[in-house]
Design a protein. Structure first.
Lengths: 224, 149
């Protein structure tokens, strides 16, 4: 997995029609995006890690993965059909926007029907764009700025997170500093700030337990 | 010779309203990575036609108990794929069929469906001819000419 694949945009395309999936997949590939296609809103949520396999199907062969241990794939955009059986594109949009982890992912809705009230409802709910089918190559150029925004945002978050872990003097971060300080330094700081030492110990334990639930920005795998 | 035939034939398909802009869009998506894209999509479309038309015919056969919802959803799908492929005439007929279905106009539905059937088969034949011309060019070692409509 080289630098090139990491910097490519990864789009999750949702459509119940095989024909439309083939179309949107080719359109996205031609626009230099990595594509994953799924045929339903529930499969999309499963892919994102918002729902376990057990919840979306009663397939005995499906492996159940709990959301916390599910490998989070970095998705830069979700493009979904509006009219789908079960969960509509609008329902999926709502679920994504309600999720703390994924609400920053731009969502685009596609529909073969030009219904103004439908369009405004989707845009109000947070959809970035509404494309009328058939979607054209030119339409996809509108997506790049939305995808760039989240990619840059994520990269900035990664950088500031790393900075915080090294310099900010808050108690939580301080405990991380403790982890990397050699023992004699720790003893020195304990002498100067006796109050802090007991807090540090508590904080270390906290770090150990919260570390697992913190979003793992570093464990990103993109499927090629 | 084949190149001119190909060019002329392509232009006539557009001018006679069999194909529209969207077919041109499809061709843009074909390249070295996906060299048979148009043929694959077109083939998928014709499979859809066969399946959906047969579903609708069966529904309309249940005289007195026609499931217009089924007819409606089938024609909606067909309208979508014909639109995506650039099958202008088929799409137009789907629009009419949908209207007949929405107003539960039985005779209208039956007539329209027959026309859709005839039209898609006609288009299928023409596109087959077009692909054959393409093949002849390629086999003769030539490149498919870019046709500007």
């Amino acid at each position: 997995m080289g630098r090139e694949t990491e910097s490519q945009f990864h789009v999750l395309a949702v459509d119940d029609s095989l024909f439309d999936r083939k179309m949107i997949e080719r359109l996205l590939q031609k626009s230099s995006c990595q594509v994953t296609t799924v045929d339903s809103g529930s499969k999309a949520l499963e892919f994102l890690g918002l729902r376990t396999a057990d919840e979306s199907s009663h397939d005995p062969n499906a492996t159940s993965t709990s959301p916390e241990t599910h490998q989070e794939v970095e998705i830069n955009l979700i493009i979904t059909d509006y009219c789908m059986p079960g969960m509509t594109g609008y329902d999926l949009l709502k679920k994504v926007k309600e999720s703390a982890a994924f609400k920053s992912i731009p969502v685009v809705i596609m529909s073969s029907e030009n219904v103004p009230s439908r369009i405004s409802r989707c845009l109000e709910e947070g959809a970035e764009e509404f494309f009328l089918k058939p979607v054209k190559l030119a339409d996809l150029t509108k997506l790049k700025p939305h995808m760039m925004k989240t990619k840059l945002k994520k990269e900035n978050e990664k950088l500031t997170k790393e900075e915080n872990e090294v310099s900010k003097p808050e108690i939580k971060e301080d405990s991380t500093v403790i982890e990397i300080l050699p023992l004699h330094q720790e003893l020195e700081s304990e002498q100067h700030e006796p109050m802090l030492s007991s807090n540090k110990r508590k904080a270390i334990e906290e770090v150990i337990s919260t570390d697992r639930s913190r979003p793992k920005y570093n464990d990103i795998t993109t499927s090629v | 010779m084949e190149k001119r035939q190909f060019r002329d034939y392509t232009i006539s398909l557009y001018h006679q309203g069999f194909l529209d802009d969207q077919f041109t869009e499809l061709k843009k998506l074909q390249d070295e990575c996906s060299p048979d894209f148009v043929a694959e999509v077109v083939s998928l479309f014709f499979e859809d036609c066969e399946k959906l038309i047969s579903n609708m015919a069966r529904a309309l056969d249940q005289t007195g108990n026609v499931d217009y919802k089924l007819v409606g959803s089938s024609v909606h799908q067909l309208k979508g794929s014909s639109s995506s492929v650039g099958a202008k005439r088929v799409k137009g007929l789907c629009v009419t069929l949908k209207e007949c279905c929405d107003s539960q106009n039985y005779e209208g539905c039956v007539r329209c469906l027959q026309q859709v059937d005839i039209e898609y088969k006609s288009l299928k034949g023409k596109l087959q001819d077009l692909f054959n011309l393409e093949q002849q060019i390629v086999q003769a070692g030539g490149r498919i000419p870019q046709v500007d409509i």
